[in-house]
Write a new protein. Structure first.
Length: 117
């Protein structure tokens, strides 16, 4: 059974930083592209960042240069370092996992990030 558990969300002031983490179990982690997406109230789901099993990264335009995704295949974790946070970054952030053969896709319950003064 696939399980993705996010942590690290919270309240931060504009310009601040947060680091999100996602612990994965029930999958062969090294065979999955891992990613983060976010969902804000009244807005469409937005892809934030992804990282392939080979370490190739991709970022949404709104977070390029501010967020950094990384993975630790030994610990089955993926992280998202978020710097220079803006109020518009406020959302629930979900970790997701897509198998390299595209036969499996899972996501976690999410962690709330609120950027406000």
């Amino acid at each position: 059974q696939v399980q993705l558990v996010e942590s690290g969300g919270g309240l931060v002031q504009p310009g601040g930083s947060l680091r999100l983490s996602c612990a994965a179990s029930g999958i062969i982690f090294s065979s999955y592209t891992m990613g983060w997406y976010r969902q804000a109230p009244g807005k469409q789901r937005e892809a934030v960042a992804s990282i392939t099993s080979g370490g190739v990264t991709n970022y949404g335009d709104s977070v390029k240069g501010r967020f950094t995704i990384s993975r630790d295949n030994a610990k089955n974790t993926v992280s998202l370092q978020m710097n220079s946070l803006k109020p518009e970054d406020t959302a629930v952030y979900h970790c997701d996992a897509r198998a390299n053969n595209n036969k499996s896709y899972s996501w976690g319950q999410g962690t709330q990030v609120t950027v406000s003064s």
